[in-house]
Ligand binder design. Structure first.
Ligand code: BT5
Length: 259
């Protein structure tokens, strides 16, 4: 593995959540680059209080601690680079590079969810500990579900895995190596303006949401339009009936195909 940043890899049989663990470590002063991997999570987190499901030993459940110097409106780029690195790593292991649904999902060929990304920042951190920590976690469905029959009713028709997509049994350790190796230069890019716009452009190139008619649900309203661009900050630009709007990842409850 070629990485200088992600050398402290902490492995657990069981944790409540790798994101929770690293947020606590960050509060205690852990540096950028600590990685937490669990075979099983008993309280895996999705966005906005949703949960992330995976049986023990089947999938990759990993979080990384970043401390990028990013203005608040650029923070989504921290999760964007993790999604990109995961897409790189899956492509490296299987020969098929998955597309990314803005803001945080990797999709299989038929639009089912193959992986989800959750970024959580500790904005109350002490200034003497450097930029606020951002913990970015990703759950990649590797071996589970093995088939549609494995899925609980609430995920039927909406989740897939590397196994289901390709028929391959990918080694989770190799996938993690690939992810961290791909992530290293992408995180380094967050430190410069050119690097950031390069990462946003890479995200735009892999973003399968563009060109789609979408329904964007925010906390207090919803609207429809066509997703036309990803901004240099990583926001989604939507051409709607009421004009062009820029949608920020943290404000979105759901983004679904319209109609
Ligand atoms: C996400 O949330 O997609 C972020 C998932 C992040 C999980 C990782 S695992 C390592 C780290 N530690 C954590 O505690 N979390 C991170 P969201 O967009 O809110 O999607 C959650 C929704 O996806 C759920 O409400 C389900 O409908 C669905 N879902 C749950 N588990 C799934 C799975 N394994 N595959 C596909 N869909 C799933």
């Amino acid at each position: 593995m070629v990485t200088t940043r992600f050398t402290d890899i902490r492995r657990f049989d069981t944790l409540d959540s790798t994101n929770r663990y690293l947020l606590d470590e960050a509060r205690l002063g852990a540096p950028e680059g600590v990685v937490a991997v669990a075979d099983h999570q008993h309280a895996g987190r999705g966005r906005l209080g949703r949960s992330w499901e995976a049986p023990a030993g089947a999938n990759l459940l990993v979080s990384v601690l970043l401390r990028p110097e990013l203005d608040p409106e650029l923070r989504h780029l921290a999760s964007a680079v993790v999604a990109l690195a995961a897409s790189d790593a899956i492509g490296g292991c299987t020969g098929r590079v998955p597309g990314i649904k803005w803001p945080n999902d990797l999709l299989g060929g038929d639009g089912r969810k193959l992986a989800g990304v959750l970024a959580e920042a500790d904005l109350g951190s002490r200034p003497d500990q450097g930029p606020p920590p951002i913990v970015v976690g990703i759950g990649i469905n590797v071996g589970w579900p093995a088939s549609e029959a494995d899925l609980p009713p609430e995920l039927a028709g909406s989740a897939t895995s590397i196994r289901m997509e390709t028929g391959q049994d990918v080694d989770r350790g190799q996938l993690l190596d690939g992810l961290l190796t791909a992530l290293e230069p992408r995180v380094a890019d967050l430190g410069s303006s050119d690097g950031r716009s390069g990462q946003a452009a890479a995200f735009r190139d892999r973003c399968v949401t563009l060109g789609q008619r979408v329904r964007v649900t925010l906390a207090d309203r919803a609207f429809e339009g066509t997703a036309v661009d990803v901004s240099p900050e990583g926001h989604l630009v939507v051409d709607g009936d009421g004009g062009r709007r820029t949608v920020v990842a943290g404000d979105v409850v759901h983004l679904r195909p319209a109609g």
